[in-house]
Ligand binder design. Structure first.
Ligand SMILES: Nc1ncnc2c1ncn2[C@@H]1O[C@H](COP(=O)(O)OP(=O)(O)O)[C@@H](O)[C@H]1O
Ligand SMILES: [Mg+2]
Length: 482
């Protein structure tokens, strides 16, 4: 037997094997029209049997068919996995050549579960596919839960009204301006509105205007054309507004937006288009703008530091989040929820604030609102193993009771040798925080001027401010404010 004979015999048995292997098969010509299809395949795809399948374009028969790839490349496509209902079909696509060797069409072959040797692979693929689906689903669910309006805790009338308005706001594709003191949950509300809106499947992109140095803000928002920057950013980059395309842009601390950029932002709201730095192109975008501020924007409009037209554009739907001191009846629920989330994160026994503890909390003024409450509870939880948090734990974490000494007075301790002595680091941090707050008050919240008054750079100022927001403002003497 010579090689020719062996090959001829092998081809013969291969073709016999082939006949027993396939579930369905069809062929197309060079233009991608079906020239032949066996009955099994017609049954598999549920072809109606009224029209002849022959002569149809393959895309009309199998909408996602990849036969055209074989026709373009002349290359076989072996053992592709294609979903059909709940099954995975093993599909092979083979080029067909005529007697002269030129490409004449292609053949598609379905190897269904008859091909046992492939079964482990197909099963494994199917399992992975199902796991992926599950994971995707779970992720979407937790994301939605994490950011839904339901996570905004409170049963007071003020909060119920606020959430009602937020839900209405979610349904309307218009700009929303959220106002309120620091720590009242403005960002949480923005997330909730986005999650409940028609744009929920698209991104919400947040930009904290106060945290970005003025010189970088424009590029951050609008992006930069190639060549606008030197160095690493030479290739240009996408701005946050573009990244939010189709979704929601959340402008946090909008009151800190420099005037020059206010004009550019107005254009986004009016025309839905952006002009990246250093380019002369205009890019259309489709964003919904949510913004938040703890500053008094109408007062800023009056003194000329905020554009009136921009204010009206942003403030189509105003939402005001009330300070915690005006809704103290929410304290028990807030404490339970915040403590539960800490337990969920850290493990350990479930904790709660005792009756007496709650009374102490209700006596505090909460200038840092829910953020401050959360910080006080975090410190309480790490200070004790008790599952009931009472005055013994909470008092040292709160500023002195009303009528106490100045803002830097030590907290009332249980007495004893260490009375009045506190770590120097804490005292310094509190002094610094007090100075920063005083500077902000004196300059009406203008951070640039406040930094100048304190004799530090803007970026140093922002760093300190960010650190303060984390450790929080509880040094503020409750007798001093309001
Ligand atoms: N009503 C609320 N229910 C639950 N957590 C809240 C509520 N309000 C604020 N928080 C929590 O307090 C912290 C500060 O909220 P945030 O939305 O950043 O406030 P703001 O943007 O107004 O300064 C976050 O940890 C947030 O989850
Ligand atoms: Mg905030």
């Amino acid at each position: 037997m010579d090689e020719q004979d062996v090959r001829r015999q092998a081809a013969k048995s291969l073709s016999a094997l082939f006949d027993t292997l396939y579930e369905g098969a069809f062929a197309v010509d060079l233009s991608g029209r079906v020239t032949w299809m066996n009955h099994k395949f017609k049954a598999l795809i549920g072809w109606n049997g009224i029209e002849p399948v022959e002569g149809q374009a393959i895309e009309d028969v199998l909408p996602k068919s990849r036969m055209h790839r074989v026709l373009e490349t002349g290359q076989a496509d072996l053992l592709d996995l294609v979903p059909l209902g709940r099954h995975q079909l093993t599909v092979s696509r083979l080029p067909l050549h005529d007697d002269t060797g030129t490409l004449a069409g292609a053949m598609g072959v379905i190897l269904y579960d008859r091909l046992h040797s492939l079964k482990p692979l197909v099963d494994r693929f199917q399992t992975l596919q199902e796991d992926l689906e599950k994971a995707r689903h779970e992720l979407a669910r937790t994301r939605a839960a994490k950011y839904s309006l339901a996570t905004f805790v409170g049963a007071s009338e003020a909060v119920r009204a606020l959430k009602r308005r937020a839900r209405q706001a979610a349904d309307r594709d218009v700009p929303v301006l959220i106002t309120g003191e620091t720590g009242v949950g403005k960002e949480l509300l923005a997330h909730g509105i986005h999650a409940a809106s028609g744009r929920a499947a698209k991104p919400m992109v947040r930009i904290n205007v106060s945290a970005i140095p003025e010189g970088l803000l424009e590029g951050e928002l609008f992006g930069a054309a190639p060549g606008a920057y030197t160095g690493a950013d030479r290739k240009g980059r996408e701005g946050k507004i573009k990244l939010a395309d189709g979704g929601t842009l959340f402008l946090d601390e909008i009151g800190d937006m420099p005037l020059a950029l206010q004009t550019k932002l107005l254009r986004v709201l009016q025309e839905q288009e952006i002009e990246p730095l250093g380019g002369n192109t205009v890019i259309p975008v489709n964003v919904r703008v949510l913004s938040a501020t703890s500053r008094n924007l109408p007062a800023m409009v009056a003194d000329g530091s905020f554009r009136a037209d921009l204010f009206y554009r942003l403030n189509v739907l105003p939402l005001h989040a009330p300070p915690l001191r005006d809704r103290l009846e929410d304290l028990p629920l807030l404490c339970d929820t915040l403590l539960d989330s800490m337990t969920e994160r850290d493990g350990g026994p479930p904790r709660s604030v005792s009756e007496k503890g709650l009374r102490r909390l209700a006596g505090h003024d909460w200038p840092g609102n829910v953020r401050e409450l959360r910080n006080v509870l975090e410190r309480a939880v790490s200070a004790t193993e008790d599952d009931q948090l009472g005055p013994g734990i909470l008092d040292p974490l709160l500023p002195p009771a009303k009528g106490g000494a100045g803002s830097l007075a030590p907290p009332l301790t249980e007495g004893g040798a260490g009375r009045g002595i506190r770590p120097l680091r804490d005292l310094l941090a509190e002094t610094e925080a007090a100075a920063i707050r005083a500077a902000l008050e004196a300059t009406n919240g203008n951070r640039g001027q406040a930094a100048k008054a304190l004799g530090i750079s803007r970026s140093q100022f922002y760093e300190k401010l960010a650190a303060m927001e984390v450790v929080e403002l509880s040094v503020r003497n409750s007798g001093q404010i309001r």
